[in-house]
Design a protein around this ligand. Sequence first.
Ligand code: MRU
Length: 359
Amino acid sequence: MIPTVEWKDMKVRMIDQTLLPIEVIYREYSDYREVVSAIKNLVVRGAPAIGVTAAMAVALGAQEIKVESTGDFLRRLEPVCDEIASARPTAVNLFWAIQRMKSFAERNRDLSVREIKEALIRESVRIGEEDIAVNRAMGRYGAEFIHDNHTILTHCNAGSLATACFGTALGVIYTAHEQGKKIRVFADETRPVLQGARLTAWELMQEGIDVTLITDNMAGHFMKQGMIDLVIVGTDRTVANGDVANKIGTYSVAVLAKEHGIPFYVAAPTSTIDLSMPSGEHIPIEERDSREVTHIFNKTQIAPEGVKVANPAFDVTPARYITAIITEKGAFYPGDIHKMKDPGADLEKIRIHPGLKPQ
Ligand code: MRU
């Protein structure tokens, strides 16, 4: 499986996801400002991958700070972090990773500036390594819900490319495949940026998984035909009441799944859980450039010149449409997700197991 982003020779190296699957090209950045642009322009995308990349951007930015005292260093790190935080608004992993890097630097203020800079690089690499371990654990819990001969619908790309490696929703599918289960995947193309067609279909084919590409408006048809056994998607932000924000179109898929009695699962590493927000309407939804809608690949125009366009990149799926949220600590009902970060909660008691009926 291709790693999405890595720290190499004092640079951040990533596969350019804007060119996939036509071209497989790697970019290397030594300036954190270029990494911010890469996040904005979707060279790297997907909530966990954005988090890992943001952490590496902080590490890169830290190397530029030429001061003697730790206090000055920490002060100068602030605007660097603020600039990185401005890259995209919806995926909470971006803010989570920046906060983790800042707290790490703060905790290590007794070290010299040179030592903190080195330690920040190691911490960013660790965030990437932990992401892969989390995805593996989530995959094991999630695969319990997948049986032989299941056909799974997914939306957008919550795969290896959306994480440091392995994926969240696709990580569950990869795990089921590794376990020898015979499965099929239907991938929504995911207009307007086509993460499903360009990335999910490509990734699954590379791993030898049977994938059928459909346009977004076909999902209901195949559900009605009885061809979909379950839906699994990722999330950019999971809030206290179990609502989730994910790629635009996820909400429609969830409503369709409920109408057809099909389980709808969300794979959510704890890095996407934001308990500071009580419900989904508080989640900031990114509005992207209208050219994503009016043009194909920023080249071929497909809509009248000057037409009004709306282009929200994400929507919110209310908890009532979600059968279970799969995390690296187990699967939970959306209503229990707020207990996940409670050190006193007995997760064993609230964890749910396969065989459950859609809520
Ligand atoms: O705009 P993108 O491509 O960054 O949107 C990505 C998604 O919506 C993913 O489904 C989400 O980040 C979960 S990825 C594991």
